[in-house]
Write a protein that binds this ligand. Sequence first.
Ligand code: ATP
Ligand code: MG
Length: 555
Amino acid sequence: MAETEHRPTNFVRQIIDKDIANKVHSTIKTRFPPEPNGFLHIGHAKSICLNFGIAQDYQGSCNLRFDDTNPTKEDISYVNAIKEDVQWLGFEWAGEPCYSSGYFDQLHGYAIELIEKGLAFVDFCSQEEIREMRGTLTQAGTHSPYRDTDVATNLAEFEKMTAGEYEDGKCCLRAKIDMASSFMVMRDPVIYRIKHAHHHQTGDKWCVYPMYDFTHCISDAIEGITHSLCSLEFQDNRRLYDWVIENISIDTVPRQYEFSRLNLEYTVLSKRKLIQLVEEKFVDGWDDPRMPTVAGLRRRGYTAGAIREFCARIGVTKMENQVEMSMLESCIRDDLNENGPRAMAVLDPIKVIIENYPEDQHEELVAPNHPSNEAMGTRLLPFSREVWIEAEDFRESANKKFKRLVLDKEVRLRNAYVIKANRVEKDEDGNVTTVYCTYDDETLGKDPADGRKVKGVIHWVDASKGCAAEFRLYDRLFTVPSPAKEDDFTGAINPDSLEVKKGYIEPSALQSEQGFSAWQFERIGYFCRDTHFDTPVFNRTVGLRDTWAKIQQGG
Ligand code: ATP
Ligand code: MG
């Protein structure tokens, strides 16, 4: 990753600076702790950039830890996808990936320690009963009838739970804290439950699994995490974490700091909702280019650098807010405008036949890959008597504002000659299919000799050597800025989020020796090759300009 990438300071970094100055810590250790129950999304990228970014800048380290305490929702395929995405984003975790399941023996031991200290008990109440006894924000909960079971009985019952003598849900282990606490998480939370399920890491070794809250803080402590950074919804859980760490025999005390989650307009960032989009086939998988997942953004043509830049620009605060999609889009546009080579593609083709160009003649014109970066080299553009142009770039008649091809007028074919339209051919419906033109063979790379002014420039693709290609144009996946707030978010799905066009592309964009995978198709937008297909399919990453603001105002 470029060392010059700027990372503005934030409140977390200020805390770390202070801890280092006060010698509270000499080395900084963070972690990124995904649950492997879905693909990573752009919100996770924010957390990844924060945690790994801090480790890099403070010469510390960052663990990748799978918080894998729920075997029925998790899968090894998610583990692999998460590893790939973190690496693709440009980050390296310290040593091997860690797993909370790797600490199941220790966690079980700490649960026994709490029982021995009279701080945990086996409860045979049903989930429903436990929920009812929890009370409300304004009303204290009530004690479980099993709360005062003696230590020896609790130890024996926990042993039986662990040995598989009870079915799922028959009982659970609860911490004995405070049923009147104003923090609901402190009202005798469940810390172990029975689940006769195969685990992707531990196989069939366990039929009891620790709950997330109990596991998370102990995993942080075992790994020696100095700053445990998580999103604001875990603020209350911090009380429970501190209670657990205080009451078990462990030396390290990780400190947790919360920051606000990323919310992004016109999309959803919750794995539960993203899973629904995939399973109910609203999209074509986790890496559908309309998904806000890292894999989807990658397939859409986003670069890792643009995503990191986005995370730097949005910053890290404690304030809840919703970021505009145009903020994400401007990051990739800035990147590709500078680094994407130019090419020409025609998405709605009509034919131009240059009648005074010899039928058997073929030329190879030279065009720069980038208008202002010579180092990106040049490409060869085949040119012949027949070329494709965009249907909307031709009109039979038009006023002066229309700077494209008009009957009896001239226009320049980009990187090629000036042509003049003479007559047209139409289909049964009256649509123009062919424009018959003549060209001025003195205008390659120069203005017409007699001083004629030709202002318009249009793009084109040679009809004999150009390649047929499919172009996929994407729009927002949702029609409202906050779909998560709808009663049924799937009702707000944009039915027109994908438009498929069949057109033509200049051959250079299909030549792998050029070494490019993303382009600016001149006058159309930024595109990348979709590697899921052997045939040429291009995804539009983003348009040339931010047209979204205008559309919203009805413009
Ligand atoms: P989701 O709500 O999408 O299921 P999650 O928090 O349950 O997300 P985890 O796999 O537990 O998903 O998340 C791993 C880490 O990423 C957590 O530390 C979490 O705080 C962080 N994270 C998840 N979503 C966001 C977000 N939108 N913005 C910032 N950080 C996030
Ligand atoms: Mg979570």
